[in-house]
Design a protein around this ligand. Structure first.
Ligand code: PBG
Length: 325
């Protein structure tokens, strides 16, 4: 027989041969670990739909951070759960709000850890929307002022990076100007530039009690059917002064990650969101999938799609598994 074909298997013969030709690598430096900090005392409440992830009060935060640091994770993303919510999300921009206090605590005890503050109002508003409301509308420009105040108070508390996730137009330029004016010109903005109106945020909204009390977020977050719009969103945030771009959710949007990577030269972050985590956990608990292999394959796939950093609830487990290898 005289067949002509390529022997791809030559490069797959052994573990060492495969290592030699491996194109993408996960490292602990890629991970950003989200933490839900809750007001109150002695709170350590596991989120039902997110096994292994907790609402933690400040008195439990140090213990959690010790673990994070021991695993070699270098950055955390903070979400706040206040005791009181109001129409205007006042606890988001209170100088002693829960994220501000958690930031102070972490920076005092673990100064080298990068604290990223999520800048949004939805965890703090009684109506659960990401901005001020008038009737059934979420106001864009009026909300910007409160987001700027939130970002500045987070920077004052010591946040290393501001991550606005609210999807109001102009939030990057407004927050950049506010930070600069307050003397924080060296604090970078990690913008949730490309954020879809996704059902994958369901478990997060349970965790943060931030489900909109009326309507949905479709008038400010993006339509999952759109691809070109993602490039417009990324472009405007880059022009407005973003230092990092986030694409969110992760797994169902890897095409968007690749598009953004190919078109913009900022560090690119993917958010492997709560619903993606819950699906893996539920299937693993049923014994239907091999959790470790699935998680490592998913995270590697995200790197291959083009992201530089991964915000993931799997970070602690993945860090452990990387160490074992
Ligand atoms: C706040 C915010 C949300 C998430 C991150 N920041 C929820 C939302 O927009 O409804 C979701 C994260 C996740 O699902 O893990 N706006």
């Amino acid at each position: 027989m005289d067949l002509q074909f390529t022997r791809h298997r030559r490069l797959r013969q052994s573990a060492n041969m495969r290592a030699l030709v491996r194109e993408n690598h996960l490292t602990i430096d890629d991970f950003i670990y989200p933490i839900f900090v809750a007001e109150g005392e002695d709170v350590k409440k596991e989120i039902t739909s997110m096994p292994g992830i907790y609402n933690l009060s400040l008195d439990h935060l140090e213990e959690e951070m010790n673990e994070v640091v021991a695993l070699g994770i270098k950055s955390v993303l903070l979400f706040g759960i206040p005791l009181e919510k109001d129409e205007c999300g006042g606890q988001a921009y209170h100088d002693h709000g829960i994220v501000q206090e958690a930031t102070r605590l972490i920076k005092a005890k673990f100064p080298e850890i990068i604290v990223i503050a999520d800048t949004c109002l939805c965890e703090y508003t009684s109506h659960g929307h990401c901005g001020l409301i008038e009737g059934d509308q979420v106001l864009n420009d009026a909300s910007l002022e409160l987001l700027v105040q939130t970002a500045v108070s987070q920077a004052k508390a010591g946040a290393d990076i501001i991550a606005p996730s609210n999807m109001m137009d102009g939030f990057v330029v407004a927050i950049r100007a506010g930070l600069d004016e307050a003397g924080f010109e060296n604090v970078p903005i990690m913008s949730y530039a490309v954020k879809y109106a996704s059902a994958f945020y369901g478990p997060f909204r349970d965790a943060a009690d931030s489900t909109p009390q009326f309507g949905d977020r479709k008038a400010y977050q993006m339509d999952p059917a759109n691809r070109m719009e993602a490039l417009r969103e990324a472009e405007s945030d880059l022009m407005e002064g973003a230092d990092f771009l986030i694409v969110k959710p992760g797994m169902p949007y890897l095409d968007i990650v690749r598009d953004v990577k190919n078109n913009f030269n900022l560090p690119l972050v993917i958010y492997n969101v709560s619903g993606e985590y819950s699906m893996v956990k539920a299937a693993a608990q049923n014994g239907w999938i091999d959790e470790k292999r699935i998680v490592m394959e998913m995270l590697t796939g995200m790197k291959r799609a083009g992201c530089d950093l991964i915000i993931t609830y799997h970070a602690k487990d993945a860090a452990r598994w990387l160490k074992e290898q």
